[in-house]
Design a protein around this ligand. Structure first.
Ligand code: B3K
Ligand code: ZN
Length: 871
């Protein structure tokens, strides 16, 4: 396999302007007839006469140019491309290919999921349908005809508007036309026996948009939340970004077999059914929030991705980073802003920081890849979103909006780059963002060290920053970044101080200090006493912060910082410190008591949201400790974390009990931040109460499991029974749950997943047994993730078992899956790939499994990940 390089980018000599596709869906195979209108590319200065079309796993039946049939001496065909020399500047190419959707287990291109046809073309799936210029800088107007058996596939959908639909000789013939030019990755086709839930949205300019959600009959009652989320997204994008929907029809389809969450195909979004179907009885609050976020994300892509698309796949974060930022702000506006931010920061630390420190490290705009599917990463998505967030922090809301308006207006209908996005922000702000763009080109998590010096006689505080970014696996440079540090000064009573400073690196409007040098300092004056500094508020930059705050200062901030995020953050820092103390020695009692009293106060504070209280009680994930103490024994961390949790539960027991008893009951299920917060806190408290008071609360959990009228409470109870119940109790609960929900695909996935939270020494036996369960399917990525993924990522004790059995197991599973679905295999191997962050003995065992895999014949996807991890 060879690497594709950003520096090799060049426009194609020809472009496909119009695409007509005719799909004959037959029972054994599908015939795809294409008619492509191709012209020379104005953007190219190449005088090459060779038209290169991508194609993979296709049977080429015929190809012609302007009606003249080509023979195999007229073209060069290999397993990846069809190359034709043409002596015309404009021509029509026609082509017929045969494909086998029912044999497609990779779930890329056209495939069958539970009896329905569907497509997934991003990034390079379209080339598995027909020969085409399958790259995002070729934009074409698509017309699609679908011809299928009307009994089995009465509903036949594609992008854009329905032009006509007829039934002839038992076949439905539907023709769709999408007036907006688009790259092939946004193409979609769906055919099946589906029911439709309809709704409507009136845009700000008064246009009426038909909203249609297509699902299998049994899921008809699970559409309301997605449709409501869609309408909220449409309204939000008008209000916050001034973006209106463009077609008259917007469709959503739910499918059971899907490699990721969802796909933003123009006018026809396709969703993994677990990311779109919900009722209060079958989906948790977490699922409701996820669905709202993903529905929003895909909808927002209509502008950030579809109207303005990416020039090449190195620019992927242009659409993904920006769209994640948009969906995060949407979710923050719909629910609890503070909770959304701290959840996102935890996620970044648990997944993106390790990626940046590991063998697959890459910049937000990578400069090389082998298989683009491997680059749909937390760096492209979540770090990309942080980069956009920093721009907004630096520009302020109003200029940022001006910049996004300019970006959309300037590049509408085009394929753009991350530089184009920054250009727009420069234009509206007058700021020179050249150095800022290092966030796009350099990988790695910067370490930001902060120290303070208070000068009593001068009444000044000097804050000094040092930034350093360790080398990363992709060898990208590590020049100083532009780091916006949002900060505030408070006195020892927790009151905010009015800062006075004339330093050009500090914006007093939004309290941001721009650190641009390797070493830099700033002085605040007129300070009677040494203030406490609240640093990196709202996590204003994706860095690993090391500051010189004392424990007392942290406790003070937990109690009184006006920045909610930072109160939680300081609490996390203390938890981490205590967990590490517990690994080597014993936890500092004075620190524990100080935190204990701070928490006791917060827990009874009526001004603190219930959901925030729940988050304050959650201990940081084990992997975050690896960042502070490299190569620490992960099992020792897990054990110390557990001890700390029990100690906390015992110390807070009285406060937790009375809080638990006084929480209001949410009788009728509502998905609003207040009710979600109550359920979240109640279930978090129940876990701590089980830890402190045992049996009595196990019974409480059993009762809740039986009586719950919503999945949030039922699943939370089941999780606790599985985690803490006796063998008998948890087995019994699992059986009852399966009995109740066996026929519901979304809940069944939770049944598989929840079993991975039990951390006795039988986890591996349980996971192996589940793989043989009659309801498990290797072909269904959701089930694979729920069992194998949840074991490797969620069951520390089982996966990292001393004898290496967890690693060996994962290696075997990855090998099996690679033959079916390379994308899933390459993702699943993730936990092994970061072997170098673990202690040496453990790391070597992980590495041995990877070495073994490397000796096998692997897909391009898995090959890239495994080999990069062994360099
Ligand atoms: N753009 C798609 C992701 C496609 C992944 C292809 N392997 C979903 C999204 O980010 O909205
Ligand atoms: Zn996306």
């Amino acid at each position: 396999a060879t690497a594709i390089l950003l520096e090799d980018y060049a426009p194609t000599p020809y472009v496909t302007k119009e695409t007509f596709l005719d799909f004959e869906l037959q029972s054994e195979y599908t015939l795809v007839h294409s008619r492509l209108t191709i012209v020379r590319n104005e953007k190219s200065n190449s005088d090459s006469n060779t038209l290169i079309l991508n194609g993979s796993e296709l049977e080429l039946l015929s190809v012609s140019i302007d009606g003249k049939v080509l023979t195999d001496s007229d073209y060069v065909l290999n397993s990846e491309t069809l190359s034709i020399n043409v002596d015309k500047d404009a021509f029509v190419l026609e082509c017929t290919t045969r494909i086998y959707p029912d044999k497609n287990t990779a779930l890329e291109g056209l495939y069958i999921s539970g009896g329905m046809y569907c497509t997934q073309c991003e990034a390079e799936g379209f080339r598995r349908i027909t020969y085409f210029q399958d790259r995002p800088d070729v934009l074409s107007v698509f017309t699609t005809r679908i011809n299928a058996d009307v009994e089995q596939y009465p509903v036949a959908l594609s992008n854009g508007n329905l032009v006509s639909q007829t039934i002839e000789n038992g076949r439905v013939i539907a023709e769709w036309h999408d007036p907006f030019p688009k790259p092939s990755y946004l193409f979609a086709l769906v055919a099946g026996d589906l029911v439709c839930q309809e709704d409507a949205f009136i845009t700000q300019s008064g246009r009426n948009i038909a909203l249609k959600m297509y699902v299998e009959q049994e899921n008809e009652h699970k559409c309301e939340h997605a449709l409501e989320s869609l309408k909220r997204s449409m309204k939000w994008d008008e209000e916050v970004y001034g973006r209106e929907y463009d077609l008259d029809l917007f469709m959503i389809v739910a499918v059971d077999h899907f490699n990721m969450g969802a796909m933003e195909n123009k006018g026809l979004n396709i969703f993994n059914s677990s990311c779109v179907l919900a009722t209060p009885e079958t989906a948790t609050d977490e699922a409701f929030a996820r669905i709202e976020g993903i529905v929003g994300h895909e909808y927002f892509h209509n502008w950030s991705g579809n109207r303005v698309t990416c020039r090449d796949w190195f620019q992927l974060s242009l659409k993904e980073g920006f769209t994640v930022f948009r969906d995060a702000e949407f979710s923050a506006d719909m629910g609890s802003r503070a909770v959304k931010r701290l959840e996102d920061v935890s996620f970044l630390r648990q997944h993106q920081f390790p990626e940046d420190a590991g063998p697959m490290a890459h910049a937000v705009r990578p400069s090389s890849y082998m298989e683009i599917s491997n680059f749909y990463t937390v760096t492209i998505y979540e770090k990309g979103s942080e980069v956009v967030r920093m721009l907004r922090t630096m520009l302020g809301e109003q200029l940022f909006r001006k910049g996004s308006d300019l970006y959309f207006d300037t590049f509408d209908g085009q394929a753009a780059t991350t530089d184009d996005f920054v250009w727009a922000m420069e234009q509206v702000s007058g700021q020179d963002l050249t150095q800022f763009k290092r966030w796009h080109s350099q990988a790695g998590t910067p370490r930001l060290s902060i120290s303070r010096e208070f000068n009593e006689s001068e009444k000044t505080l000097t804050i000094s920053a040092k930034q350093h970014t360790p080398p990363s696996a992709d060898h990208s440079p590590k020049e100083p970044f532009v780091i916006p540090v949002q900060l505030g000064l408070i006195d020892d009573q927790g009151r905010a101080l009015q800062e006075i400073t004339y330093d050009a690196s500090y914006s007093s409007d939004n309290q941001v200090w721009l650190v641009t040098q390797e070493e830099q300092s700033i002085t605040f004056s007129n300070l009677e006493t040494m203030p406490v500094v609240s640093l990196l508020r709202d996590f204003s930059a994706p860095v690993l912060l090391m500051d010189d705050l004392s424990d007392q200062e942290r406790v003070l901030l937990i109690g009184s910082d006006s920045n909610g995020f930072n109160r939680w953050e300081q609490c996390q820092i203390i938890y981490k410190k205590m967990i590490l103390q517990g690994v080597t020695d014993s936890v500092d009692d004075a620190l524990f008591s100080a935190l204990e009293s701070a928490l006791k106060q917060l827990l009874v504070d009526k001004k603190v949201e219930n959901a925030v209280k729940a988050e304050l009680l959650k201990l940081p994930a084990e992997v975050e400790l690896l960042q502070l103490s490299p190569k620490v024994d992960i099992l020792a961390v897990a054990a110390s974390r557990k001890r700390l949790m029990s100690r906390l539960a015992a110390a807070l027991s009285a406060t937790l009990t009375s809080l638990y008893q006084t929480l209001p009951v949410t009788e009728v299920y509502r998905f609003d931040s207040e009710s979600v917060g109550i359920r979240k806190l109640k279930n978090e408290l129940l876990e701590l109460l089980i830890l402190s008071d045992g049996d009595q609360y196990i019974e409480r959990a059993s009762a809740q499991f039986t009586q719950a009228n919503n999945m949030t409470d039922q699943l939370a109870a089941l999780r606790l029974l599985v985690k803490y119940g006796s063998e008998q109790v948890y087995q019994d609960a699992l059986d009852r749950f399966l009995d109740q929900w066996e026929s519901d695909a979304q809940v069944l996935e939770q049944w598989f997943r929840v079993q991975m939270v039990r951390t006795d020494d039988k986890a591996l036996d349980r996971v192996s047994a589940l793989l043989n369960h009659r309801l498990f399917e290797y072909q269904n990525p959701n089930k694979v993730r729920a069992v194998i993924g949840a074991f490797a990522m969620g069951n520390i004790e089982g996966f990292h078992a001393e004898d290496g059995s967890g690693y060996h197991f994962l290696g075997m599973q990855v090998e099996t899956l690679d033959a079916l679905n390379p994308q899933i295999a390459a993702r699943l191997v993730g936990p092994l790939v970061k072997w170098q962050s673990y202690d040496d003995a453990r790391g070597q065992k992980m590495k041995a499994v990877l070495t073994q895999l490397a000796g096998k014949e692997l897909s391009k996807d898995l090959y890239e990940v495994v080999n990069k991890s062994l360099v």
